[in-house]
Design a protein around this ligand. Structure first.
Ligand SMILES: [Zn+2]
Length: 261
C-alpha cells in the first residue's frame, strides 16, 4: 500500500514500512520472508516479531541502544516473559532464535517512545511517524486486555508525545492494527489513551479486597475468553507496573504479593 511517493507499507503483524525503496522498518512476523532489498534495516524495538530484518546482510542494521538486550535469545526472553530457561511451552513468541547484530547509523529521525520496552522508538519518514508498538489497533488492544507495556506510565507519556507530534505529521503507522488515514489514526490513538484510563480503574476495582498481579490479570482477561499461561505471564508485568503505582498497601500472603487499593 503506497502512502506517499516514497513510503510503502506491507500490511501484516507487524506492518512493514519501506521508505525510498531502501530503508525497511520492522521486517518481521509472517512478512520475514518478503524479498526486500533494504540497505538499511531499522527495528523500533527488540521484540521477536520486529527484528527479522536485522538478520539480513544489510549495510545498516539499527536497534535503539536501550534495547540491545535483544541481541541474544536469552535477553529477548528475559525482557518478554520476565525470565528464561532451557525450554518451556511458555515461550510461544520465540520467533527468532539466532543471535543478531547491529551496525551503522539509522539515517532517519529517531523519536524515543519508551514504555513498551526501554528503547522503543519511532522513526520519521517523509513526515510520517512509524510508531511501532507505542499503541495498538482497537480490536487487538481489546483482545489483549492489557497493552504490553513494561512501564505502563512511561508508555502513557509516549502516547502524549505522539498526540502532540500528530498535529504536524502527515500520518502515523503502527505495527499491529489497520493502516488508516490520519483522522482515523488520531481516533485510534485517543481510543488507546482512554482505554488506558479505564484499565487503571478496572485494576483498582479488582484490588478493593486485595489481589495478586496474576489474580488481577486472570480476572480481567476471563471476560474476553480463554486465558493462556503465556498471556498471564506477559500481562502480569504490565499489571505490576500499574499496581505498584496505584496500590495503597502491598503485603505478602501465602498466595504471593498482594496489592490492596
Ligand atoms: Zn513489541
Amino acid at each position: 500500500m503506497k502512502l506517499s511517493n516514497s513510503v510503502e507499507v506491507f500490511p501484516g503483524s507487524p506492518n512493514v514500512l519501506v521508505y525510498d525503496r531502501r530503508v525497511v522498518v520492522d521486517l518481521g512476523g509472517k512478512l520475514s520472508s518478503l524479498n526486500l532489498e533494504g540497505e538499511v534495516q531499522l527495528a523500533t524495538h527488540g521484540h521477536m516479531d520486529h527484528i527479522a530484518g536485522l538478520l539480513r546482510p544489510s549495510k545498516v542494521k539499527y536497534l535503539p541502544k536501550e534495547d540491545l538486550w535483544a541481541l541474544s535469545l536469552l535477553g529477548r526472553r528475559v525482557m518478554t516473559y520476565g525470565f528464561s530457561s532451557k525450554d518451556s511451552p511458555i515461550f510461544t513468541y520465540d520467533l527468532v532464535k539466532d543471535e543478531i547484530s547491529t551496525s551503522g547509523d539509522p539515517e532517519v529521525e529517531v523519536i524515543k517512545l519508551p514504555g513498551h520496552t526501554p528503547g522503543h522508538s519511532g522513526y520519521i519518514l517523509d513526515n510520517l511517524l512509524y510508531a511501532g508498538d507505542a499503541f495498538f489497533g482497537r480490536k487487538i488492544l481489546e483482545s489483549f486486555v492489557f497493552p504490553f507495556y513494561l512501564d505502563f506510565w512511561a508508555a502513557l507519556d509516549s502516547l502524549q508525545v505522539i498526540k502532540e507530534m500528530m498535529r504536524s505529521l502527515n500520518n502515523v503507522v503502527i505495527s499491529h492494527g489497520p493502516i488508516q488515514e490520519k483522522r482515523k489514526m488520531s481516533e485510534t490513538l485517543e481510543f488507546n489513551i482512554s482505554y488506558a484510563e479505564k484499565l487503571v480503574s478496572w485494576v483498582k476495582d479488582s484490588i478493593s479486597y486485595g489481589a495478586t498481579a496474576e489474580e488481577v490479570v486472570v480476572k480481567l482477561m476471563s471476560k474476553v475468553g480463554e486465558v493462556r499461561p503465556t498471556n498471564v505471564t506477559l500481562n502480569s508485568i504490565t499489571a505490576k507496573s500499574i499496581l505498584s503505582q496505584v496500590a495503597k498497601e502491598i503485603r505478602v500472603e501465602e498466595r504471593g504479593v498482594v496489592y490492596k487499593a
